[in-house]
Design a binder for this molecule. Sequence first.
Ligand code: ADP
Ligand code: ZN
Length: 722
Amino acid sequence: MPLPKTVEVLLPVALDRTLTYAVPDGLELAPGDVVVAPLGSRAQIGVVWDGAGEAVDGARLKTLEGRVPATGLAGPMRRFVDWIADYTLAPRGQVLRMALRGLADETPPPPKTGFRATGAAPSRLTPAREKVLAAAADGVVRPKARLAEAAGVSASVVDGLAAEGALELTPLPPPPPQQQPDPARPGPKLTPHQAHAAEALRRAVADGQYRVVLIDGVTGSGKTEVYCEAVAEALSRGRQTLVMAPEIALTVPFLDRFAKRFGVRPAVWHASVGDMGRTAVRRGVADGSIRAVVAARSGLFLPFRELGLIVVDEEHDAAYKQEDGVLYNARDMAVLRGRLEGAPVVLASATPSLESRVNAERGRYAKLALPARFGGRAMPEIAAIDMRVAGPPRGEWLAPRLVSAIAQTLSAGEQALLFLNRRGYAPLTLCRRCGHRMKCPNCSAWLVEHRFRASLVCHHCGHSGPTPDACPACGAADALVALGPGVERIRDEAAARFPEARISILSSDVMGAGERLAAELDAIERGAVDIVIGTQMVTKGHHFPKLTLVGAVDADFALGAADPRAAERTFQMLQQVTGRAGRGDRPGRALLQTFDPDHPAIRALVAGDREGFYAVETEARKAAMMPPFGRLAAVIVTAPAREAAEAHGRALARAAPKVEGIRVLGPAEAPLAMVRGRHRMRLLAQAPRTFDLPAYMRAWLAAAPQPRGGVRVAVDVDPQSF
Ligand code: ADP
Ligand code: ZN
């Protein structure tokens, strides 16, 4: 008996290797095809992968059920999946799952038909038949149900008329073609700096080759206008474009900007887009009918047919790192996708990551600078308020100087923005009587009071319950007090001080990412809001012309963290949020409430000395061999019992291969010691910049004892905080 023909199939499950299947007779398959494969007792969608099927014992071999008429994964996409899995140590099947989102059967629908009057008279004319013929008299072709509905009769009447030849079945006219973005529409007249940058980008797109360009432009310098020129170039060459934003909220304002420039909105792809929308977008990018997509991280996995440009806006943003499942950084993977597709990648930021700056210095990325704001607008004046000596009275959070600045701003008919990176009302609830603190039962975190929802919520696991009236520990009534501010509390304080002001809260839990957010952003832009209070959601990307004052309620929010990236993160976030001020015709200013006015990040912000800050930060990282001057990978060990996590962590530490130049630290408690009822220990591997750390991690895990008894191990290459 001849051996059956076999193929290797990768399945979107937590498996790294491909499985070998027999191909049914008469089925021709190529790598990338989508197939249905039996797996255990189920049938599972999978993708034919590269490599010849292994000759395995024919009797044990399972046979594929068939091919799915859907766009599969072209060569570059399969390499992309392989590469990400290799780099992040995630099972390949888990990466594949991301690339199959929105996958749908693409069998072309049967041609739609409808009925039209022929002019022939039926043998018998009943009132119902008369109604149908009257409805059809306009000559429009309608499906049966629609025609019956228009006439107000049952569908059988239509059948009867058709049987007698008074109506005939005919194809429906095709739907009008989708309106496409028009790159020929004129853009704004660019300033000389912008024109220079735009020209360089257009050339990169015209070359149609992989390269990375970093646009380093201050807030309000017109980065978006500049990369829209690159988008125009790609569109006019018939290439598709992908613009990425770190957060869903940021895709919203971009839609309108894009529409203003190109006449129609781009397609949108992110976690809140429903299944139908996803299916439509995946199909559209695959068949080429969708030319432009704006997306959050996962848009990187779309099967573009002819990708000609990837833009990563706010490239420094930590939100590009996916923190569960496959731990990848979408900025870095965008660069990889560009390389595999032969497409240029544009990274844009007012505060580029140290990583990208170093890549530009080393000549790996081209750099384009936009050093000034558009229209000669000044950068905002930034001042610090020393909360140790000029803070507010107890129980309030806005210093007198900030309050009077808000008052001035409002009386001038301008807008103020108060930034606090903390959702909810108060970060901690405590019993005044017994000192009990309301803590999450599953995590090492306090419960955050959300007063609008009247509940206490854990921001890590989502645990939530009603805010109790009495202390759950000592039973004292009315003894629970809220400590510290969240945005909701700042809103109350602002509302008490400025009862006439129209106040809006922008935070993900209040706004979501849909129409509600879009309407609110629009209201702010129009000036229908006086005071905006927001979390990091408001810090970047938005353009509010009436906004002239930014107050950072707690400018030190990340400075205390042990994370060596804390200073960079704080600097970037404050630079971004202060950059919202003075983007219209009136100058802006910003006030930073701080307990540490001498911190280099705060000092650099006040002095407007961005390069000075980066220089200090660069030296510190170099000295400590921290990224981007060294490499890091973390191993997180979790278990329901702390002892189990710790014991496995120690076993891992013992198993670490001894390699010159590699340091292994830990196990130590992870920054969040417990999440969702699991204790977390962490080990860190530190290596020189050019070392192949993923390979080392793979060898390490292979040499270590396998986790048992509820212990889980995850590897995080290039962790965001360390
Ligand atoms: P950035 O992305 O660098 O913060 P934007 O692209 O949002 O800056 O530009 C800031 C504002 O200036 C926007 O309202 C934008 O439309 C406007 N702008 C920038 N460049 C020009 C230009 N050349 N002509 C007209 N308006 C411009
Ligand atoms: Zn929790």
